[in-house]
Ligand binder design. Structure first.
Ligand code: GRF
Length: 215
């Protein structure tokens, strides 16, 4: 693969999903990482893998709108086939969503539509849910909303803490996200007329892997 399957990853933090995406890159290539924090752990992971990075911070810009426009420009400059948000703590502007329609995805640590936003593991415990997990979805203009692509589910154990539950979920994130990125790049998963479409092979694979799909 030369210039195909270019994935730009946006993050704000430690970058464990980035690491999983890099380690499992087959059929796609993480070719650029963009962060809004100069000290994001994910930047070190990118540099170690010789992946170019760009930092765009809120502090460098006079307004939130100018910052968000700069984020979009930085992403456009990388000319990606797919943009993967991986712990990017910025709500991207509607213009970004429209510009990358069908090419902008996010991973969230809950079984959406339950628990959008933060502290999802503690909230799942608090709500006494017996099942928890993670969701990958196409991004729309809301927060943690947009057409769901797939979910990986985990059981909630009686003695779980937010930490033990988070550890069980993140293991699933690290398998689910590379699988989805690969299959969007290879065309087995597509957004068409607002709905997620899967090839028959993908449905079968998802079933075998225990992932929930949304036909
Ligand atoms: C993950 O739990 C992801 O689902 C959420 O933010 C977290 C990022 O973790 N959107 P990491 O930086 O990939 O380790």
């Amino acid at each position: 693969m030369t210039n195909e399957g270019k994935v730009t990853v946006l993050l704000s933090g430690r970058g464990s999903n980035l690491k999983a995406l890099i380690q499992q890159q087959r059929g796609y290539r993480v070719h650029h990482v963009i962060a809004d924090k100069a000290d994001a752990g994910g930047l070190a992971i990118a540099r170690e893998a010789n992946i170019p990075t760009t930092v765009v911070t809120r502090a460098e810009h006079p307004s939130l709108a100018a910052f968000k426009a700069a984020v979009l420009s930085a992403v456009e400059a990388t000319d990606p086939h797919l943009v993967a948000l991986a712990g990017f703590m910025v709500v991207v502007q509607p213009e970004f969503v429209h510009r990358f329609h069908g090419k902008l995805i996010n991973i969230h640590p809950s079984l959406l539509p339950h628990f959008t936003g933060l502290n999802t593991h503690a909230r799942a415990l608090e709500a006494n849910h017996r099942e928890h997990g993670c969701t990958v979805h196409f991004v729309d203009t809301g927060v943690d909303t947009g057409p769901f692509i797939a979910q990986a589910r985990v059981p909630v154990h009686k003695d779980d803490t937010a930490e033990t539950l988070a550890a069980r979920v993140i293991t699933q994130e690290h398998a689910l996200y590379p699988w989805i990125v690969r299959n969007i790049i290879q065309g087995g998963i597509q957004l068409k007329e607002g709905a997620v479409r899967y090839s028959p092979d993908i449905i079968a694979e998802a079933r075998a892997l225990g992932y929930t799909t949304f036909e």
